[in-house]
Structures are given as C-alpha cells and as structure tokens.
Ligand binder design. Sequence first.
Ligand code: SF4
Ligand code: SF4
Length: 169
Amino acid sequence: MPKINEILSGAAAIAKGMSITFGEMLNPVITDDYPDAPPVFQERYRGLHILQRDDNGLEKCVACFLCSAACPAQCIYIEAADNTGQLRISGGERYAEVYNIDYSRCIFCGYCVEACPTDAITHGHGFELASYNTSTLIYRKEKLLAALPDGVSGQLKLDHAVSVSGGGH
Ligand code: SF4
Ligand code: SF4
C-alpha cells in the first residue's frame, strides 16, 4: 500500500505538469500557416545558397575552390576561368565559369559559407527543393546567382558581364 508521502508527491507532480499545460494554453499560437502563408525564418536559417554579386553586379566568387575543399559532402563542383580585358565576370583574377551544388548531398552545414574569403556564397532562406528526380537537385550557377542590383547597366543585365578597357586583371 503506497505511503501518504508518495501519494502527495505524485499529486504534486501532476499539478505541476497541468500548470504548464494550462499556462501554454494561454500563450499565443505560433504554428505557421504554410503553405497558405510564407513561413517565418530566423535570420540565421541555412537554406538554399545564394551566389552574391558586388555593387557593380560583378560576381563575388573568384573561383578559389576553398568552399569546395571545405565541403564535407563534396557536393560543390567548380570550373574556373580567367577574366579578360574584353570580358569581366568577377572582381578578381578568375571567376567560376561553372558552379554547381548537388542538393541531393548537401547537409546545409554552412562550412562553405565559413570558408569563402569574399562572402560570395551565403545561405538564403529557400527551402522548397523536394523532388522525385534527383537530377533536378543539381543547382547550376545561373540558378544560384543573386539578382543584379538596381541601376546596373542594361548591357550587364543582358550579358551578365561587363567589358573593361586596359586589361582584365
Ligand atoms: S552547406 Fe555544407 S554540405 Fe552544403 S555545400 Fe556547403 S559545405 Fe557542402
Ligand atoms: S564561393 Fe567563395 S570560396 Fe567558393 S570558389 Fe567562390 S570565392 Fe572561393
């Protein structure tokens, strides 16, 4: 037969639990209405990557491969090319002619973002990437690039590149 103090401690535990339940019932509901309304993300949320541009619309990526080297899932594929006097894509000596991220492998660890010396790759808040076809999970540079900034010339907007005079390095 249970002792009286065991009964009392059991009742106290139930009362404590119910006090939390009733307290939560009075708090505002924080459930998101997704997909009827866009979800709210914390600023630090690590979603789909964005390849950033500078104020002139040039790509910040200089094809140094540090992000690829830091990636534990080996899901970043880069092919580098040189900027020239006729065609400048990035602000550095080289740019990423090809930049792919395989999201069937990415674990959103953020190591690539940490490794990048030019802040070229960042996490956005995109998350809707589910697919029945894994080949669609390889995102190319064209899909990852940030939009051109306002006020950038029409030619840059058309070509994704800007010509410079007097050499490209
Ligand atoms: S978030 Fe992590 S796994 Fe994904 S590309 Fe970057 S380093 Fe690789
Ligand atoms: S995204 Fe950054 S780390 Fe990766 S190749 Fe470009 S400049 Fe280098």
